[in-house]
Design a protein around this ligand. Structure first.
Ligand code: GAR
Length: 197
């Protein structure tokens, strides 16, 4: 592992990119111990492109999300030490998960194990919560293993949605909490890894 005064992070993101933006903004603060060197995406038209361009972070398109050696090669080229998933809707190949064991973090927009598993992502989650008329929802930040949403949990935040009357309201409220908590948890993980270097 290379020795820098920060931990090198790659983000995998294929959505609007709002969490990637929050994480990159945080990385520019004094108390951040990580630096985002690259964003990988498997979507051509994702909002993540405008975030990457605006914040001046290189973005790479993954043509085959199953091609572990191509992904590993890109990560090695940038000397990546930690992977942060934010709205990346594909399972990472097992070889990548094994190579970064304990160093891949993900955010999920519900209180796992509720509303988790294959097909449960983004607005699908909020829609299910809304249809179930839940008074609360939440977020989960967890390490990534070879299955959907099943790695070791790092933290959860519960969010009251009594005042939300649409899926969009829920999504907006959840995203706001995600943007506050995710950079802090990533920074915490990177501090632990930094201390082990
Ligand atoms: C976030 O709400 C994140 O929790 C969710 O996708 C959204 C991405 O938004 N992730 C999942 O559902 C993973 N299963 P963003 O592109 O604006 O960061």
């Amino acid at each position: 592992m290379p020795e820098h005064n920060h931990i090198i992070v790659a983000m995998f993101a294929s959505g609007a990119g709002s969490n990637a933006e929050a994480i990159i903004e945080y990385s520019r603060r004094k108390d951040s111990v990580y630096k985002v060197e690259v964003i990988l995406t498997n979507k051509e038209q994702a909002g993540i492109y405008s975030v990457a361009n605006r914040l001046n972070i290189p973005i790479v398109h993954i043509t085959d999300p199953q091609d572990a050696s191509n992904i590993l090669e890109m990560l090695q080229k940038k000397q990546v030490q930690v992977i942060a998933l934010a709205g990346y809707m594909r399972l990472l190949p097992a070889e990548v998960v094994r190579a970064f064991d304990g160093r891949i973090i993900n955010i999920h927009p519900s209180l796992l194990p509720d509303y988790g598993g294959q097909g449960m992502y983004g607005n699908n989650v909020h829609m299910a919560v809304f249809n179930d008329k839940k008074p609360y929802t939440g977020i989960t930040i967890h390490l990534v293993d070879e299955q959907y949403d099943s790695g070791k949990m790092l933290c959860q935040s519960r969010i009251s949605i009594i005042d939300c009357n649409s899926v969009e309201n829920i999504s907006e409220k959840v995203r706001k909490v995600e943007h506050e908590v995710y950079p802090l948890m990533l920074n915490q993980l990177c501090k632990t890894i930094y201390a082990q270097q």
